[in-house]
Ligand binder design. Structure first.
Ligand SMILES: [Zn+2]
Length: 319
């Protein structure tokens, strides 16, 4: 069938999150332990530059740096950008400026936020100071933010031994991506067809390959695929693997077979689980059909149709 009018494009919120645990090493450990004690540390390179936040290796010479120094909690904004709409998890819940601040005694700038009433109150060159968080744990958030400051400037960086009681040795950074995902025109049609238990791909008008799931364009010919084609429902196992490790949150007994399946009429294989047959009897060329469960949005698995196996030549280009 050919699409006459495009369907409404699907959109859905998507959140990807995971904790990222890392050990800190001597330099970052001292830096974060210092923040907990309201002390800002940097490192001094062999040519005398002071880097805040500290790094473990000189970005120019790559030599190891271990000479810790203490800098002031006051500094100068070197550049900034206004953030009108703070997002959840950002340091402040009112509009604020992202700022690069060169602390007094440092030669490089630290990225943080500035609490200011509006963009008119922010300028490059303005003087600021650290506003410490009330509760500090040894994290960059121990600096709650920067705030405007008109007092005296701090002096030069002073050597520091970096020793703190109960030093922070590791951190867990919560990585989180929170966004709205749209699968686009082609995959919207594919997903909508699946809700009718049909599988729909798109054919390239140039090479005539049928993409399932459709991608909206042929990556070989570089042209849009607009001809919609229903494929399957039966197909052929082109290749497979036996899964022996049970996945967390997946209630499937091992061993089971996960296969590439070329649905009849499709120009490439999709993957699915094979059921209804002992795992050690699954083979290349096995003819299968989808099994749907009540309310399922895609086939739960594929089972043998009972037809003779497909000839190797019929699917060898799809492996
Ligand atoms: Zn093509």
């Amino acid at each position: 069938m050919t699409a006459a009018s495009p369907p409404e494009i699907l959109r859905a919120p998507l959140i990807v999150e995971f904790p990222f645990t890392r050990s800190l090493g001597p330099v970052q450990s001292a830096f974060l332990s210092g923040l907990r004690e309201r002390t800002v540390l940097g490192v001094k390179t062999s040519d005398g530059r002071v880097m805040v936040p500290p790094v473990e290796y000189d970005p120019v010479t790559a030599e190891e740096i271990r000479d810790l120094v203490e800098v002031a909690a006051t500094g100068t904004v070197t550049t900034w950008a206004w953030n009108d709409r703070p997002r959840s998890q950002q340091p402040l819940d009112t509009p604020f400026a992202w700022v690069l601040v060169k602390l007094d005694g440092a030669d490089t700038a630290l990225l943080h936020v500035l609490d200011a009433p509006g963009p008119d109150a922010v300028r490059t060159g303005m003087r600021v100071r650290v506003r410490w968080a009330a509760e500090r744990t040894g994290a960059i958030t121990d600096i709650a933010c920067f705030e405007p400051y008109e007092g005296p400037a701090g002096g030069a960086a002073l050597p520091h031994d970096g020793d703190f009681a109960d030093a922070v040795t590791g951190i867990v950074a919560e990585a989180r991506l929170d966004y709205v995902y749209s699968p686009g025109r082609a995959q919207t049609a594919y997903i909508n067809a699946l809700s009718d238990r049909r599988t729909v791909g798109e054919r390239c008008p140039s090479c005539h390959k049928v993409y399932v799931p459709p991608r909206g364009a042929c990556p070989t010919c570089g042209v849009a695929t607009t001809d919609r084609v229903e494929v399957g429902p039966a197909g052929t196992v082109t290749t497979y693997c036996i899964v022996n490790i049970k996945a967390r949150n997946l209630d499937i007994e091992v061993p089971y077979v996960y296969a590439h399946i070329a649905l009849d009429g499709a120009g490439l294989a999709l993957h699915g689980r094979i059921g209804g047959i002992p795992y050690d009897q699954v083979r290349m060329g096995l003819r299968v059909e989808p099994v749907w469960t009540e309310g399922g949005r895609y086939p739960d698995h594929y089972r043998p149709t009972g037809e003779p196996d497909a000839d190797y030549d019929a699917y060898k280009e799809l492996i």
